[in-house]
Design a protein around this ligand. Structure first.
Ligand code: SAM
Length: 213
């Protein structure tokens, strides 16, 4: 109950107050127990307005960033979503609440395994987690109506644009290792269009179309 109050407050103060309107995103974030996706020692801070460490030098993104990026995808319940960077699995759960199926890729085995176990324990069946380099996408499952990249890339990985369905949306932080700009990319009549949103800082996307380790 105490956590439900914190979640409601997080949604009101960090998301609604900053302009997030999509009711499905707000509802999913009101429901998802973020404190169970962080290490036990951080549970009391799970609903704070910041990212937190999740082990392996990786982070769970700030709640606003999750809300903003998921809203930017303009999802409906028939959409199949590719997520790069499963991390804790928190955002995977938020996506799974809204879309038909989430295909999530994480390069660090221990994180992928933990996220998979957690999501299964919550009864989610509409997700698949693969341990691999997500910068090359997941060609066998393409095309995707939406792609969300939760790690910073030096440029937009070409395979992700190729794997985007007609009318599809891709959200990704692009820039240097230290700072990036969030980009919203969409495919219309086979052409790729891009919009720059705002500055942000993510951990590195490591892989063929990302950074070297
Ligand atoms: N959205 C996640 C959550 O809710 O916990 C947080 C993602 S965290 C900011 C970024 C994740 O991307 C890390 O877990 C990292 O290991 C992963 N990552 C980095 N490069 C990757 C790659 N090429 N393919 C897949 N995952 C990658």
């Amino acid at each position: 109950m105490q956590y439900q109050i914190q979640r409601d407050r997080m949604v009101q103060d960090q998301l609604v107050a900053r302009g997030i309107k999509d009711t499905r995103v707000l509802q999913a974030m009101r429901k998802t127990p973020r404190h169970l996706f962080v290490e036990e020692a951080f549970a009391m801070r799970a609903y704070g307005d910041y990212p937190l460490l999740i082990g392996e030098k990786q982070t769970i993104s700030q709640p606003f960033m999750v809300g903003y990026m998921v809203e930017a995808l303009a999802l409906n319940n028939k959409d199949r979503v590719l997520e790069i960077g499963t991390g804790s699995g928190y955002q995977t759960a938020v996506l799974a609440e809204i879309c038909q199926k989430v295909f999530s890729i994480e390069r660090i085995k221990s994180l992928a395994k933990k996220a998979r176990q957690l999501l299964e324990s919550f009864g989610y069946h509409n997700f698949q987690i693969r341990i691999d380099d997500g910068s090359i996408g997941w060609a066998e499952k393409a095309p995707f109506e939406a792609i969300i990249v939760s790690a910073a890339a030096p440029q937009v990985p070409a395979p992700l644009c190729e794997q985007l369905a007609e009318g599809g949306r891709l959200v990704i932080p692009v820039g240097t290792e230290k700072s990036q700009t969030l980009r919203l990319i969409y495919k219309k009549n086979g052409e790729i269009f891009e919009e720059e949103k705002f500055g942000c800082t993510f951990v590195k996307l490591i892989g063929k179309y990302g950074w070297e380790i």
